[in-house]
Design a protein around this ligand. Structure first.
Ligand SMILES: Cc1cc2nc3c(=O)[nH]c(=O)nc-3n(C[C@H](O)[C@H](O)[C@H](O)COP(=O)(O)OP(=O)(O)OC[C@H]3O[C@@H](n4cnc5c(N)ncnc54)[C@H](O)[C@@H]3O)c2cc1C
Length: 431
């Protein structure tokens, strides 16, 4: 018999991934009564599949500041829970074409201008620090010592531990079926276990968030897109130190980081896999997404991986992780209040970066819900920014635009990728 749900709550959050959990913790820490409803199990959506790479330098000072502040929030969580969440490995970006080398120059310049710790690293030093990586073809590299990765399970656990202490009510196995409205504002959340009266609903349903928005007849500009990465087992011939730097190689569309003596390698390809979240059953679990041996995305991933890490091939013992990310047309999340529906907030669309954005997003959402404003510059991520875009109001149009964004994410300059128009090389998007 599931626990009963409350009949009223100041705030109801839909979705128990990092976005909902972080927001719930911050709101409750500021005294709000919060109920978080999760369809399946807490932390088992995109959050449970993530690699957790944290690269702080982004396309704008505002976005960079958010991530830098997020690292400070994580330090507070670590202090309170005594658990290591952030592994500070540093990160390297490598360039094998003159265009990418130009990007690196621009990135170092931009970082210096805003006081971010970043510098060029010689290829000899790269080869010394990463003996398991092919470096002969590299022209330049830059290094950020304060980057690394967040451990998603530990982060979820910290949000939950502190949220529980602050009185958040969590209910899993409790899909939200409908929303109720009165006089232009949201007033209730309907589940199979009853209805909760509330004046504030936060849609943090990740890849499902466009369906939740649909309950309010409000199109949400997100699409659910597939992603895969591989994790090798420890190999004595190619030891990977747990503090080896993360690597980003936009030319090969690869990212990588150490994991338990092996290596995680992921790829943002130009091929897009759209998921129809509405067709999935209530008990759908992302860990059940199957990987066929002849899968094209896996083949392309291994092919690119071989070029940078020649000791990895189809015969290497590895695990393939497949999951679903939530993309938006411009690669930035959708956070904030719907101006046309009082009390309805969105917190979604993290485009493969929700783990690392969640610590500061929780703070921003709590500011917006409780104070009506935040000191952070959220113009670029405001959930209403596509309101006046008639070309982005139907599902086919939204899915096409989000798919194009993902395809260009690590796009090659030569193919007109994101980097060709944004010399920060990141746009916002960086894993
Ligand atoms: C393979 C992969 C690798 C990734 N690597 C990284 C990385 O390196 N760094 C990084 O920062 N991010 C990474 N990400 C992205 C990151 O995982 C996501 O951005 C983040 O987890 C999003 O969190 P969320 O809370 O928005 O969504 P989710 O974690 O998906 O949570 C949404 C929750 O809402 C629930 N829900 C949906 N509908 C309802 C409903 N009607 N009622 C109740 N509950 C509902 C779902 O069950 C789900 O648990 C990766 C993602 C994938 C798939």
């Amino acid at each position: 018999m599931p626990d009963s749900i409350p009949t009223t709550s100041d705030i109801v959050i839909i979705g128990g991934g990092v976005a909902g959990l972080s927001t719930a913790m911050q709101l409750a820490s500021r005294g709000a009564s919060v109920t978080l409803l999760e369809r399946e199990q807490l932390g088992n959506g995109s959050t449970g599949r993530a690699a957790g790479l944290l690269g702080q330098l982004r396309g704008t000072p505002a976005a960079t500041r958010m991530l830098m502040d997020g690292v400070k929030v994580v330090a507070q969580l670590e202090e309170r829970t005594g658990v290591e969440i952030f592994v500070q490995t540093g990160s390297l970006r490598v360039a094998e074409t003159p265009e990418r080398a130009g990007e690196i120059r621009d990135l170092v310049e931009m970082g210096r201008q805003i006081g971010f710790d970043i510098d060029h690293m010689t290829i000899d030093e790269v080869a010394q620090r990463l003996p398991y990586m092919q470096t002969d073809d590299l022209l330049d590299a830059c290094y950020c010592p304060t980057d690394g990765h967040l451990q998603p399970a530990e982060l979820v656990s910290a949000y939950l531990t502190i949220g529980r202490e602050q009185g958040v009510v969590y209910r899993s196995g409790c899909p939200v079926r409908d929303l109720e409205f009165s006089g232009g504002r949201v007033c209730g959340v309907v589940t199979d276990q009853g209805t909760i009266s509330t004046r504030v609903v936060i849609n943090a349903a990740g890849p499902w968030s466009y369906l939740v928005a649909g309950l309010a007849d409000a199109p949400l500009q997100t699409a659910a897109l597939g992603h895969v990465y591989l994790t090798t087992r420890p190999d004595d011939r190619h030891p990977v130190d747990r503090l080896s730097p993360a690597i980003r190689d936009r030319h090969l569309r690869l990212y990588s980081r150490p994991e338990s003596g092996g290596l995680i390698v992921g790829r943002y390809g130009s091929e897009v896999v759209q998921h129809d979240m509405g067709s999935l059953p209530d008990d759908f679990d992302m860990s059940g997404l199957s990987v066929r041996p002849d899968d094209l995305h896996v083949a392309l991933l291994i092919d690119a991986t071989k070029k940078r890490f020649p000791w990895i091939d189809e015969r290497t013992p590895m695990t393939i992780t497949r999951g679903i990310m939530t993309f938006t047309p411009d690669g930035k999340p959708l956070c904030g209040k719907r101006s046309d529906i009082d009390g309805l907030f969105h917190c979604s669309g993290f485009c493969g970066h929700g783990i690392v954005q969640s610590p500061v997003i929780g703070v921003i959402m709590a500011d917006l819900v409780l104070d009506g404003h935040t000191d952070y510059d959220i113009e670029a991520i405001h959930s209403d920014r596509f309101f006046e875009h008639p070309e982005l109001q139907t599902r086919p149009d939204i899915e096409a635009a989000c798919g194009q964004m993902q395809a260009a994410y690590y796009g090659r300059i030569e193919d007109g990728g994101v980097g060709s128009t944004d010399n920060t090389s990141e746009g916002e998007p960086t894993t």
